[in-house]
Design a protein around this ligand. Structure first.
Ligand code: MD3
Ligand code: FE
Length: 206
């Protein structure tokens, strides 16, 4: 399988999942969304909404609202129900490409409508920063941007396509990254030119 190291600790596996696997993953995620509806996270304090909608699967899920800020919790912020199980197919990318001795505790599912984006940020709400983050892209392609661990440093952008996997670990675990925009006219996997991204994470301290 092809693999490129985009930066130290940032590994790119183009088309890790073939079309049949992508379709199976989307079918699994439709079930996840049925059990745990997409919600709109809000920025701490200001309450400004994110443009991507989100849900989670696994033991813990990432949520954010004005009052409570960024956090992981075992239940959906609106329904109060426990998160549904992580799809077995998603775990394959964690096991085969991630190579970490413990299973992921959280899988954040980001849903990007054609006009959604995500500003440059670091993922630092997890207490195990030695564990990698494993990301799977599905549906529309996007322009993904990443830089170093310091805000304001030099950044690069690459296109991420349906089926691509990224492993982010080691010196890249705290790198700044974001999604500049969703690109039109690529994949037919998800209706409306939307994109789904899964990120599997370890949350608890070791
Ligand atoms: C994690 N998601 O959910 S995933 C996020 O495409 C997020 O939805 C983006 O950033 C998305 O927090 C990117 C891939 C990714 C890339 C770099 C990272 C995840 C990362 C660097 C550190 C931690
Ligand atoms: Fe992130």
């Amino acid at each position: 399988m092809a693999m490129m190291e985009l930066a130290p600790g940032l590994f790119y596996f183009p088309e890790f999942h073939d079309r049949a696997e992508q379709e199976a993953l989307v079918a699994d995620l439709r079930e996840v969304v049925r059990a745990a509806p997409l919600f709109t996270p809000r920025m701490p304090r200001t309450g400004k909404p994110f443009s991507a909608r989100m849900t989670n699967c696994g033991d813990l899920g990432w949520v954010s609202d004005a009052r409570g800020g960024y956090r992981y919790q075992p239940t959906h912020p609106e329904t109060g129900a426990p998160w549904p199980a992580m799809p077995a197919l998603a775990l394959r990318a964690w096991n085969e490409a991630g190579a970490y001795p413990l299973p992921p505790e959280a899988c954040l599912v980001n849903y990007y409508a054609a006009d959604a984006k995500m500003g440059l940020h670091q993922d630092r709400d997890e207490k195990d920063l030695l564990a990698p983050v494993v990301s799977i892209s599905l549906g529309a392609s996007c322009l993904f941007r990443f830089g170093g661990v310091e805000r304001g440093g030099r950044t690069r952008s690459i296109k991420l396509h349906s089926g691509d996997v990224l492993i982010i670990g080691g010196p890249s675990r705290l790198c700044f990254h974001g999604v500049d925009r969703i690109l039109p006219g690529g994949s037919t996997l998800i209706e409306g030119g939307a994109r789904l991204n899964l990120t599997m994470r370890r949350v608890s301290p070791r």
